[in-house]
Design a protein around this ligand. Sequence first.
Ligand code: SIN
Ligand code: FE2
Length: 193
Amino acid sequence: MRGFALADAPKLVDTIAQLVREAPFRHMTTPGGFRMSVAMTNCGSTGWVTDRTGYRYDACDPTTGTRWPAMPAVLSQLAARAAAQGGFADFRPDACLINRYEPGARLSLHQDKDERDRDAPVVSVSLGLPAVFVFGGARREDRTRPVPLAHGDVVVWGGESRLWYHGVRPLKEGEHPVLGRQRINLTFRKALS
Ligand code: SIN
Ligand code: FE2
């Protein structure tokens, strides 16, 4: 959904800056021991985390031991509107993963499968530098399709494609007029059933 979040973008950027003051971006470690090139944080009643013990959702930020900041209405309402437009009524996300990509950062092909509610879609909002999102199929070896994403673009996947493989190619060098040398992506999910 090209430009779906453009009107909200200034408010989103301010809101993210506030959230990040409470729960700063950090480079998490994969279960295999690799430091992720994407820096992450969360808001919502639960948040996605990874460390040497695995991937999971946790109500608390492991770096502070306190709860993730609540999901501001401007975020949850945008996600619900996007989901509805994509054919998913009554989307009430409980988790918003906030990803920060600097040039060179990438996200290898993966499935979003740590959520218990698989009926709810995933809603992704892109801000800042453009990126190439790749969307595949149900199997890792399925052919992937590149989807260029720019500031304000929104992607909704769910139903049959809910567990399809996807990733983000290494971010190209650039300078965005609002966000500078970075891309920020929000993914909204319903993690708890
Ligand atoms: C994700 O797959 O969780 C993030 C996708 C993106 O950054 O566009
Ligand atoms: Fe994902």
